[in-house]
Design a protein around this ligand. Structure first.
Ligand SMILES: Nc1ncnc2c1ncn2[C@@H]1O[C@H](COP(=O)(O)OP(=O)(O)OP(=O)(O)O)[C@@H](O)[C@H]1O
Length: 320
């Protein structure tokens, strides 16, 4: 079976010929029925990649086939197959959810009973059927995001792109969005999901591509990716930054035997140590923290996860 999305050697240079490459030689495939996440920090190139896959931005190099159609040569066919859910779309605040969907449905060339049926269906998927006749201006940020999802699904696409759909919304709406994506996928719809939240990529994806500085640095299932790290745990110390002597503590931790990486995240009050020998070196880690003047508030040990993979591959924490 051919993949629904096939990306080969994709590149994008803004402000050519002298501008930086925002996407560099990116290749990946999404199989039919798969949820694929692009996981990477801000500025990694996720939106640029989605824009090229959506026919909104011309690639500088490489090829993209969606359901066998080239985004550059057959954009009309591509647009029939894809649904795009950006963070914000133009909604008319004084119109109801139903009226906004009617407007967008007509933009897609839908009409009559078919359009009405699709509107009922997508309102149900977005969990907004009970608010169909309420004006959008009365909706929360999370509900507006869910209307975006409904709009993206109106023309019954085979693959849907979600560009960081949970950024800046409340936990309850986030939960509903993740659940509606899983529900969509059970109906055979393929998904491309971008995020900088490791937990979301972990929960949703059959396959994950880790992107950093425009390069896809690893692709695979969560299990395949964590195998890249081997048996390396993350030991995380919560500290009080006002009572910390960070520089001295980080230097002391780095030179302990069997410590692979040490990073600090002052905004989250965390020091993270990656090690393959947690039990043996834990007492030493704790004593060095205390001796160098950084008291520990709490301590968590995490088995290898996507955060460790990112740290292992880039030497930086994913939230940087
Ligand atoms: N229109 C543009 N002109 C020039 N540079 C751009 C443009 N859009 C994005 N960039 C740059 O391209 C790089 C990738 O940006 P992009 O928005 O694709 O990343 P991202 O992973 O989606 O991050 P974010 O979550 O912050 O949007 C960044 O360095 C960004 O500054």
């Amino acid at each position: 079976m051919s993949p629904i999305v096939q990306v080969e050697h994709l590149g994008k240079q803004y402000n050519a010929p002298n501008g930086p490459m925002a996407v560099k030689d990116v290749s990946f495939e999404i199989q039919k029925g798969e949820i694929f996440s692009l996981l990477g920090p801000n500025g990694a190139g996720k939106t640029t990649t989605i824009s090229m896959l959506s026919c909104l931005l011309q690639p500088t190099s490489g090829t993209i086939l969606i359901d066998g159609h080239s985004v550059t040569k057959e954009p009309k066919q591509v647009k029939q197959v894809i649904g795009v859910v950006p963070q914000d779309i133009a909604l008319y605040p004084t119109m109801t959810a139903q009226e906004n969907l009617l407007f967008w449905g007509k933009m897609y060339g839908l009409s009559g009973k078919h359009l009405q049926d699709r509107i009922s269906k997508v309102l149900t998927i977005a969990d907004l059927a009970d608010r169909a006749n309420d004006k959008v201006e009365t909706f929360s940020g999370g509900m507006k995001r869910r209307i975006n999802i409904a709009v993206g699904l109106l023309h019954d696409p085979k693959v849907v792109y979600f560009d960081e759909p949970t950024v800046g919304i409340d936990p309850q709406s986030r939960r509903r969005i993740l659940d509606s994506i899983k529900q969509l996928n059970t109906h055979g719809i393929s998904v491309l999901y971008t995020t900088h939240y490791m937990e979301e990529a972990q929960e949703l994806s059959h396959k994950i591509g880790i992107i950093d500085h425009g390069e896809l640095i690893a692709v695979g299932s969560q299990e395949q990716l964590t195998q890249l790290v081997g048996q390396h745990d993350l030991v995380q110390f919560e500290i009080d930054p006002t009572a910390a002597n960070l520089d001295a503590t980080l230097s002391a931790l780095k030179v302990i035997n069997d410590v692979d990486q040490v990073t600090s995240s002052p905004e989250e009050n965390l020091i993270t140590v990656q090690t393959r020998n947690t039990n043996a070196i834990l007492p030493q880690l704790i004593s060095q923290m205390t001796e160098t003047g950084t008291p520990i508030k709490s301590l968590t040990i995490k088995a290898p996860n996507l955060e460790s993979v990112f740290l292992h591959l880039t030497g930086r924490a994913l939230r940087d």
